[in-house]
Design a protein around this ligand. Sequence first.
Ligand code: UDP
Length: 411
Amino acid sequence: MEKLTKLAEIVGTDVVEQLFQLSHWLKDVTVVHVNSTREGGGVAEILRNLVSLMRELGIDAHWEVIEGTPEFFQCTKGIHNALHGHNVVIPDRLLSVYREVNRENAERLKDVLQDADVVFIHDPQPAALIEHFPDRKGKWIWRCHIDISKPQREVWKFLKQFVERYDGSIFHLASFAKRLSHPMYLIPPSIDPLGEKNIPLDREEIVKTYEELGIDLSRPVLLQVSRFDRLKDPIGVIQAYRMVKRFFPSVQLVLAGGGAKDDPESMAVLSEVRAAANGEKDIHVLFLPTNDRLINALQRGATIIIQKSIREGFGLTVTEGMWKYKPVIGGDTGGIRLQVINYHTGFLVNTPEGAALRIRYLLSHPEVRKEMGRKAHSFVKENFLITRHLRDYLSVMISQLYNIYERLELV
Ligand code: UDP
């Protein structure tokens, strides 16, 4: 069965029918997505799905990945952190590496990008590709997946010189958008309910997964799934757990994550987390290879999902937990705010103390956990599944290719 048919069983046939109607406007259109990694992190995950669904709709969709040196990724990690507002100094030498690597990739991808009708460039890493395509045929859109509402000015100024050249840009939330002289679109990301990470699993599989990891499923489990990144505040989660543990001695904490290939800092953060856990037997720090089914089982077996980020683009782990009928305790930041509705789908928190308070409340109110989980699931169904996401991308392509902005005199 085609994937869209299966999706229709979950979201309704009217939703999928609308996708086909929109795709009629995009016959014979070639679209290329470009990002910096094929695995790890939310962007790769979403691209894999979007591209295959666009193909099912009859659109000629492709996905390319830029190649870089360790120095390049060191630079782009610096840019990423600086755009999040951290005070990072990026030496001019590294900025030259950034431009040079983009030039090399532009050369390598010349044929596929030059003639594409629509090109989506994801995040800062490949943003500078555009300077090497002065005579490009298609519309180029910069898709930003991170919170750049309070960037370090120098670094944003550097990046903006490239972003300004695009025909449009996409942000997750209004508060992330910058003042730019081209059309800007707001598109929150999504999850795939048919992917290995989100499909329903038998209880047996969940139990077996927990057994193999040495975690006791008969006791409460707090789970945070995240790359080992300081912005995800794993240490804050351990602090919150310790405050809860005094009142609920049976509680366990699982911090599960892997490293994205473009993230050289993850190993250092992992060591910090292990040191903070200090060998405590009920804290499970898991450094995992990519394994969607395992993450799925972990999320389904958890009592409460935590995502205590200090900054967050969107927070797909929040969406994933909510889809699995779990209440989520999330950092009061970025896209988590779009998903965690206080007292309805979970709680927003700002400190380890706040997180501990909410965890204690939920642990002692199983009926509230159940009700919140139910609301969380239907909230995701309405707003954060791949079908809604795909519809938004098709709309952007139509708006660009048919010059809707100009027709409406919006620019
Ligand atoms: N993820 C995973 N394994 C890990 C850590 C994360 O599969 O060890 C997945 C997680 O389930 C989610 C994505 O990677 O789908 C992370 O997306 P999110 O938006 O939460 O954070 P990002 O890594 O993009 O900052």
